[in-house]
Structures are given as structure tokens and as C-alpha cells.
Design a protein around this ligand. Structure first.
Ligand code: FAD
Ligand code: NAD
Length: 478
């Protein structure tokens, strides 16, 4: 019964890897009656990443931005199988995905294989470290729920340890120095949230750290937020100055140790300087790298020999050189930035494509049956009737087959920069609008609220905002 039902042998098996923006947007719109749908992901929930930086300081509780996949899969027309596992290898010639249960509790079987007729790879990306020594061992990333929880705990641990009896002044200074590496939107939003936490709550609850708590943002390029317009970059840098967040641009981190980073910049005399910057908390936000399972698939396909940043896909999101495999989101390279907006539109496109492919197959089978019937029909009226039906079906087939390639429609970029200010580059009917400030902040809040996965998420996020405003953020170290 239900989930354990055998796959229907008359339908193709569609395997979807991941439960992120790309995969979930596909699942939302997919007519699951057309395929035996199997979803594999090590995470049995969807995560609304745009609000993840707010979870690092307790402005939002992480469960408010998680939606269990079981919750929405059970509303699909036909049952969908979900396996909480990680795809470790895709054999595209054998049409098999090898999966592994990576969770704490393992049964007698914890690795197996799944056959597919069609495969969608939506596994996202992992954190880039560029091979810089010490990054994995000593810094916190900001991609998953566990990362946000780790950061939240570490902020409080640093504050409490800094105020430990007889702590030396240097050690206090180090522990209260929060360093963020990477001036992309992840780094900027986190730095803004952290400074808010300090200004609104920490300062009041722990006045003894008020003079020493510092946030520094380190960026290798000449400016932060390179995808935003110059005006908004200037606005962000000015706001950070007012918030007393130190921005160190043109500074490249080369090495990370347990207590300091080594960063290189060009000094006033034109010579390179390697500076040691002590830290208590280090958050590493330098963008994306390709996951091993994707790298391995790329290495199996000759047409992917030149691919670097992910799977090269064509305009229908088919992985080049591999029929029956599609890729969406951060693991696919289709000349768009690796954003939720792109992943969601790609997922929705694939849902339409697969729904249409199923309809095409259905009409083609019907056409075949009708032409057989026409050949065997003895009576002229019956033959004419069938001929009319064939014409109608052919017309329908042409209509169904008219779906064009994927086209991305950019709705704009939005980022929170702290002290109740946000920046937005929005495409509007009249052109582009670049705006920053408090009004933009309310726009940011309402836009993100409306984009939340479900009404349940929306209500929880709203309640978290009210709770944080009324009682302050919770500083318990847990
Ligand atoms: P993901 O959403 O990362 O999902 C990947 C899925 O694959 C996950 O479910 C994962 O568990 C699963 N998976 C991983 N490995 C395997 C495996 N081996 N086998 C099977 N499944 C696997 N973008 C915006 O447009 N706007 C924003 O405001 C924004 N804010 C962001 C804030 C933060 C802190 C971060 C980190 C990113 C933000 N992004 C934003 C970017 C956005 O989150 C990504 O571009 C988006 O998540 C990509 O979607 P995806 O489906 O490709 O990957
Ligand atoms: P990113 O790639 O946008 O930025 C990483 C930054 O780190 C770059 O500016 C790079 O120059 C810098 N960097 C790399 N190595 C460095 C080093 N050794 N020392 C110092 N600086 C270094 O990464 P991200 O911010 O994690 O964003 C990833 C993707 O997710 C992007 O496509 C982004 O648009 C998207 N995103 C969007 C939002 C939003 O729209 N609000 C929020 C978060 C993420």
C-alpha cells in the first residue's frame, strides 16, 4: 500500500536528486501521474535559503524556513517515493544511481541502487574553499541549517568565553572579533544580521563586551556585492561604515589557522603585505564549488570535457552528451548566476516539459491506434470519422509540441544589509530600479515572506520577527 507500492511498469521512472530550489519547484508543478517518480536527497526538507542568514542570530528559528518534503509530496495526485539518501554515483550508461544512507541511524541496508529512465540532477553545489589551508577545519560555512546553528552557538560561545574571569585583553579582543570572508550576498547579509544582533540585543544583555565586539568583512575584489549596481555598492559600503562593520576589500585570505587568518593586500608602497588577523568566529562565504557526484558524472561524459563550474546543459536543460539526464540549479551551467530564482524557474520549466512529453507520448499512442483502426475499418463513414479524429489529434500534438526552450526572466536582486536597510536592483515595467534603505527593507521583508514555501512557513517567520522585536533575540548558547 501507499509508499511501498510497486512501480507501474507502463510508466517511465523519473528520478529526481535533491530537495532544494530546483528539485522542489519541479515537483510542485509536475503531474506525478505520468511517471514513477522517485526523489532522493540527504535532506528530507526544503530550505528557504534567503532567510538562512537570519537563523544565525536567532532573528528567525530555523524550523520556520524548513518544509518537510513528505508534507507536500503527500498532496500530489500520484504517490511519489522519497528516499533520504545521498547519490554517490550516477552511471549514465547503465541508467543507475547509487545511493547511500548517510544519516545517523542505519538499517541492515544502507546503500543500494536505483534504476532510472529519466534523471534530474538538482544536487546544488558545495562550499568553495579554493584549497586554502585550514578553511574546512576552522571556519563555519553558511549553506545548511546545521551551519546556521553552529554559527549561532559559536557567537554566544565567543561572547561568554571572552568574559571568562581573568581573560587577557588580547584574548578578549580576539574572541570578540567576528570575521566574514567573502563579500558576496551571503557574506554581506550575514555581517549585517550579526551587527544587528550586537546592536539590538547583545550590547544590552552583555554591556561588558560593548566596546570590543567587532565585525570585519574581507573581500578579495575591489568592492562587495559585485552583482549590484555601483550606486547600491556605495550605499552598502556607506551603511556598513555607519554600522561600524569594517570592510577590507582587495584583501585575499591565503591561510587559516585556529586563531587567525592570513590575508594578503597591496600596501601603500605597492608591496604585498601578509597580515595576521585574529578571530573568534570565522564565517567562510566565498561561493560555490562542484559536488563530487557531479564531478564524477562530468568525467564520464566526453561532451562535458570542457565543463568546469558544473554540468553544461542545452537550452532544454538536457545535460550535454547524456540523453535522458537533465540538470537544474547550482549544479547546472546555463549562463545564469547560481541563484534560487534561476533554480526555481528551471525546475518549473522542467515540470512543464515533462508534463508535455507525457502528453505527446499519450497522443502518439492514440494516433497509432487510430491509424491501425482506420486501416482495418470497412465502412466509409467509420473511416471518415477516424480520419477526422486523427486530424484533431495531429493539431493537438502540434500545439503540445510547440514548447520553446528555457528562458530566464530576471526579477531583480535583493539583499539585506543590516540596521533595517536592504538593497534592491529590480526589473520593472519601466526599466531597472536601484534602491536602498528602509522602504526597500519593508519591500525585502514582504517579498521574502510572500516567497516562503507554505502558509505555515509564512506564519512562523512572521511570528519569529514579532518575537525578536518584542522580546529580543534569544542569547542562550544552544
Ligand atoms: P539547493 O537548494 O542547494 O539544493 C540541493 C539539494 O540537493 C539539497 O536538498 C541537498 O540536500 C541535495 N543534495 C546534495 N547532495 C546530494 C546528493 N549527493 N544526492 C542527492 N541529493 C543531494 N538565491 C537567491 O536567488 N536569492 C537569495 O536571497 C538567496 N539567498 C541565499 C542565502 C544563502 C545563505 C545561501 C547559501 C544561498 C542563497 N541563494 C539565494 C542561493 C540559492 O540558495 C541557491 O542558488 C539555490 O539553493 C540553488 O538551488 P538548487 O536546487 O540548485 O540547490
Ligand atoms: P559569491 O560567489 O557571490 O561571492 C563570494 C565572494 O568571495 C566573491 O566576491 C569573491 O571575490 C570572494 N572571495 C573568494 N575567495 C576569497 C578569498 N580567498 N579571500 C577573500 N575573498 C574571497 O558567493 P555567495 O555570496 O555565497 O553567493 C553564492 C550565490 O548565491 C550567488 O550567485 C549569489 O547571488 C547567491 N545568493 C544570493 C543572495 C541574494 O540574492 N540576496 C544571497 C545569498 C546568495
Amino acid at each position: 500500500p501507499g509508499d511501498q507500492a510497486e512501480p507501474d511498469p507502463t510508466k517511465k521512472t523519473l528520478v529526481i536528486l535533491g530537495t532544494g530550489w530546483g528539485a522542489v519547484s519541479l515537483l510542485k508543478k509536475l503531474d506525478t501521474e505520468n511517471y514513477n517518480v522517485v526523489v532522493v536527497s540527504p535532506r528530507n526538507y526544503f530550505l528557504f535559503t534567503p532567510l538562512l542568514p537570519s537563523c544565525t542570530t536567532g532573528t528567525i528559528e530555523h524550523r520556520s524556513i524548513m518544509e518537510p518534503v513528505r508534507n507536500f509530496l503527500r498532496h500530489k495526485k500520484a504517490s511519489v517515493k522519497f528516499y533520504e539518501a545521498e547519490a554517490t554515483k550516477i552511471d549514465y550508461e547503465k541508467k543507475v544511481v547509487y545511493v547511500n544512507d548517510d544519516s545517523e541511524v542505519k538499517g541492515a541496508t544502507s546503500s543500494t541502487e536505483i534504476h532510472f529512465d529519466m534523471l534530474v540532477v538538482g544536487v546544488g553545489a558545495e562550499n568553495a574553499t579554493f584549497g586554502i589551508p585550514g578553511v574546512r577545519e576552522h571556519s563555519c560555512f553558511l549553506k545548511e541549517v546545521a551551519d546556521a546553528q553552529r554559527i549561532r552557538k559559536r557567537i554566544m560561545d565567543c561572547c561568554e568565553t571572552a568574559t571568562f574571569k581573568d581573560q587577557s585583553p588580547e584574548e578578549r579582543k580576539r574572541l570578540l572579533h567576528m570575521v566574514v570572508v567573502g563579500g558576496g550576498p551571503t557574506g554581506v547579509e550575514f555581517a549585517g544580521e550579526l551587527q544587528d544582533f550586537f546592536e539590538n540585543d547583545l550590547k544590552t544583555w552583555m554591556p561588558e563586551i560593548a566596546d570590543e565586539f567587532r565585525v570585519t568583512l574581507v573581500e578579495a575584489l575591489p568592492s562587495v556585492l559585485p552583482m549590484f549596481s555601483k550606486q547600491l555598492i556605495d550605499y552598502t559600503e556607506q551603511t556598513f561604515k555607519e554600522e561600524t562593520i569594517d570592510i577590507r576589500t582587495k584583501t585575499m585570505v591565503k591561510n587559516v589557522t585556529k586563531e587567525y587568518i592570513e590575508a594578503e593586500y597591496v600596501g601603500a608602497d605597492g608591496k604585498k603585505v601578509l597580515e595576521k588577523i585574529p578571530y573568534g568566529l570565522l564565517v567562510w562565504a566565498t561561493g560555490n564549488a562542484v559536488r563530487p557526484v557531479v564531478k564524477d558524472l562530468m568525467s564520464q561524459i566526453p561532451a562535458q570535457a570542457d565543463a568546469r563550474r558544473g554540468l553544461n546543459v542545452n537550452e532544454y536543460l538536457v545535460v550535454k552528451g547524456a540523453e535522458n539526464i537533465w540538470a537544474v540549479g547550482d549544479c547546472a551551467v546555463a549562463n545564469y548566476a547560481p541563484t534560487a530564482q534561476v533554480a526555481a524557474q528551471e525546475g518549473a520549466f522542467l515540470a512543464r516539459l515533462f508534463n508535455q512529453m507525457a502528453k505527446t507520448e499519450e497522443i502518439e499512442t492514440e494516433l497509432k491506434n487510430l491509424s491501425n483502426a482506420q486501416e482495418t475499418a470497412t465502412n466509409k463513414d467509420a473511416r471518415d470519422q477516424i480520419f477526422g479524429n486523427i486530424k484533431d489529434l495531429q493539431k493537438r500534438l502540434r500545439r503540445v509540441n510547440s514548447m520553446g526552450p528555457f528562458e530566464y526572466s530576471h526579477q531583480g536582486s535583493l539583499a539585506y544589509i543590516g540596521s533595517e536597510k536592504a538593497v534592491a536592483d529590480i526589473s520593472w515595467l519601466t526599466g531597472n530600479i536601484a534602491t536602498g534603505g528602509t522602504v526597500t527593507y519593508f519591500f525585502w521583508r514582504s517579498a521574502y515572506l510572500s516567497m516562503c514555501f507554505s502558509t505555515r512557513n509564512r506564519v512562523l517567520v512572521l511570528m519569529d520577527w514579532i518575537k525578536a522585536k518584542t522580546f529580543g533575540r534569544d542569547v542562550s548558547r544552544e
